[in-house]
Design a protein around this ligand. Structure first.
Ligand SMILES: O=C(CO)[C@H](O)[C@H](O)COP(=O)(O)O
Length: 270
């Protein structure tokens, strides 16, 4: 049993702090299960959960912000990233239309990157098979967009793809609970979906902490992705809150090119 004193913010912030202390006090890379006794003390009670400090952070540039006249080049510019994030908007679920199957197929043909498709469309179950066939590696659906979120998640898995679930910033996190143990990815939207280049909503940090705690309590290895207004200025705080997968559009595809944008994010995370 290991005890550790932690800063007295709130209990979830303490959890992150304690984990790091546990890791640096001889439990490096060892999965641990933590029990918060009170806001200042925790106990290690098991060996089932991945240690957050050992988690590698994935970067997933959103091609929504790229120059579509040079899609191939723009994808090559992010080949050092982990995933390419593909935002599909239908003009109904969100007040904007982006692109659909042909652009995903073109991106798939142009790049070996993991194609991470975020479906901002109503009743996504109608198109899951089409997006899987067009080259998606992971498919993320909104809880607000379907009456059958559980069925949609199962469908994605039956298609052999990674299943993601997400929700708008105004939707209570509880809506995630019914499928939390089944998914490979949880996406916390840190802007209202529909447009790139918006400001990060600060309350998202608390939502990330909550979902991090839930995933850890479940012993889930699901990725915790954050999307919207992520930049070099806030990436560290987002990861500290518990994210391990960052989507960034305008912060990557900026004036000085995607490679420079990715480098700035990596520097910020060092
Ligand atoms: O899903 C999205 C918008 O609905 C985009 O992926 C997201 O906004 C990324 O763009 P930026 O990093 O510029 O905020």
């Amino acid at each position: 049993m290991v005890g550790a004193s932690v800063p007295s913010h709130d209990a979830t912030a303490c959890l992150t702090g304690v984990w790091k202390r546990a890791v640096s006090s001889g439990h490096k890379k060892r999965p641990v299960n933590l029990f918060i006794e009170n806001v200042r003390t925790v106990r290690i009670v098991g060996v089932t959960l991945p240690a957050p400090a050992a988690r590698r952070v994935k970067l997933a540039p959103s091609i929504l912000a790229c120059d579509f006249t040079r899609l191939g080049e723009e994808l090559r510019a992010i080949e050092s990233a982990d995933w390419a994030h593909v935002d599909v908007m239908d003009g109904a679920f969100v007040p904007n239309i982006s692109f659909g199957l042909p652009i995903l197929a073109a991106a798939r043909a142009a790049s070996p990157l993991h194609m991470d498709v975020h479906l901002m469309i109503e009743r996504p179950e109608r198109y899951l098979k089409d997006f899987a066939e067009a080259g998606a590696d992971s498919l993320t659906v909104h809880v607000e967009a379907t009456a059958h979120i559980h069925r949609a998640v199962q469908q994605i898995k039956e298609l052999g793809k990674q299943a993601g679930v997400t929700l708008n910033p105004g939707t209570p996190l509880e809506a995630l609970r019914p499928v939390l143990a089944d998914v490979d990815l949880v996406l916390i939207m840190s802007v209202n979906p529909g447009f790139g280049g918006q400001k990060f909503i600060p309350q998202s940090l608390e939502r990330i902490r909550t979902v991090r705690r839930w995933l850890d309590e479940l012993g889930s290895a699901a990725e915790l992705q954050v999307d919207g207004g992520v930049s070099a200025a806030n990436a560290r705080a987002v990861v500290h809150a518990g994210a391990d997968n960052l989507v960034a559009g305008s912060a990557v595809y900026g004036k000085d090119g995607a490679q420079a944008g990715l480098e700035r994010l990596r520097e910020a995370l060092k």
